[in-house]
Design a protein around this ligand. Structure first.
Ligand code: ATP
Length: 239
C-alpha cells in the first residue's frame, strides 16, 4: 500500500451470516483520484461500500482512511474522520426541505458558511435551486440523487463514496449527474464510485476494479479496462 492513499482496504472480507460476500478485497484510492468499482448484480459492490463506511462489519481485513485504521470504528466516527457516503437509493429525508437535507450533511462542520456554500452547490446543481424550499420527497429521482451528492459534498469529506448513483434515473438525468461528477473529478475531489452501468463509470473514472463473486478479478486504468475481456465476463457472470 502506498502511504498516501486516502482509502485503502487490505484483505477485506465480509458476509451475511455464514455466506461470504467479499473475499480479500484490496482497493485503494489516491488523493484526487476517481476510482470505479464494477461488477454484476450481487458481485458485492454495495457490501464493500457499506463496509468501508462502517455500516457493515467486516469479518477480516483492514480499512485505512488517511493513514488511520478505521476498521473498528462506527459509521459516525468514520464520517467524522472524513468519509461521506452517498448511499444506494439516495436516502434523503422526504419531509425535510431540500435546504435542510443539504445542511444535514454539514452537522459536523464548525466553519460552515451556509449561505455561500449552499449557493455554490446550487450553481453545481441548478435544478435544486428552484426547489430549495420544497420538501425533498417531491423531487424526481434524479433531483434526489443530486441532493444526496450535495449533502455529501457539504461535509467537505476527504473522500466521497457514491453507491449506484445512476440507479433508476431517466437517461437525461444520468447524463446531467455524470457531467457534475466529471466536474468534481476535474476539481480533484477524491471519489470512490460504484455503478452497474460500467460504460458510464469507465468514461469518467481514472482507475477501476472489477469485482466478481466478491473478489477483485482485474484492476487498472479505465483506458486499459475498456478493452479488458474480464469486464464482459464479470457482467455476464462467466467465471
Ligand atoms: P447490487 O447491485 O445488486 O446491489 P452488489 O454488487 O452491490 O449488487 P451486494 O448488494 O453487495 O452486491 O450483495 C452481494 C451479495 O450479498 C448478494 O448475494 C446479496 O444477495 C447478498 N446480500 C446483500 N445484502 C444482504 C443482507 N442484508 N443479508 C443477506 N444477504 C445479503
Amino acid at each position: 500500500r502506498r502511504r498516501e492513499a486516502v482509502v485503502a482496504t487490505t484483505r477485506l472480507s465480509a458476509g451475511y451470516g455464514a455466506a461470504p460476500v467479499l473475499e480479500a478485497v484490496e482497493v485503494e484510492v489516491d488523493p484526487g483520484e476517481m476510482v470505479a468499482v464494477l461488477g454484476a448484480n450481487g458481485a458485492g459492490k454495495s457490501t464493500m461500500m457499506r463496509a468501508v463506511a462502517g455500516l457493515h462489519r467486516p469479518v477480516e481485513g483492514t480499512i485505512v482512511l488517511a493513514d488511520r485504521d478505521i476498521t473498528a470504528l462506527k459509521a459516525h466516527a468514520i464520517a467524522g474522520a472524513g468519509l461521506a457516503l452517498v448511499p444506494e437509493g439516495r436516502q434523503v429525508f422526504p419531509e425535510m426541505s431540500v435546504r435542510d437535507n443539504i445542511l444535514m450533511g454539514a452537522y459536523r462542520r464548525r466553519d460552515l458558511k451556509p449561505g455561500p456554500e449552499i449557493d455554490a452547490l446550487l450553481k453545481r446543481f441548478p435544478r435544486l435551486a428552484d426547489r430549495i424550499d420544497q420538501r425533498a420527497g417531491v423531487l424526481s429521482g434524479g433531483e434526489q440523487q443530486m441532493l444526496a451528492v450535495a449533502r455529501g459534498l457539504i461535509a467537505r469529506p476527504r473522500i466521497l463514496l457514491l453507491d449506484e448513483p445512476s440507479l433508476g434515473l431517466a437517461p437525461a438525468m444520468v447524463r446531467e449527474l455524470y457531467d457534475a461528477l466529471a466536474d468534481l473529478r476535474d476539481e480533484g475531489v477524491t471519489i470512490l464510485l460504484v455503478d452497474q452501468m460500467a460504460t458510464l463509470a469507465l468514461a469518467i473514472a481514472d482507475r477501476g476494479y472489477v469485482l466478481e463473486n466478491g473478489e477483485v478479478v482485474t484492476s487498472g486504468t479505465t483506458e486499459a479496462l475498456k478493452g479488458d475481456p474480464a469486464i464482459e465476463a464479470a457482467y455476464l457472470g462467466i467465471a
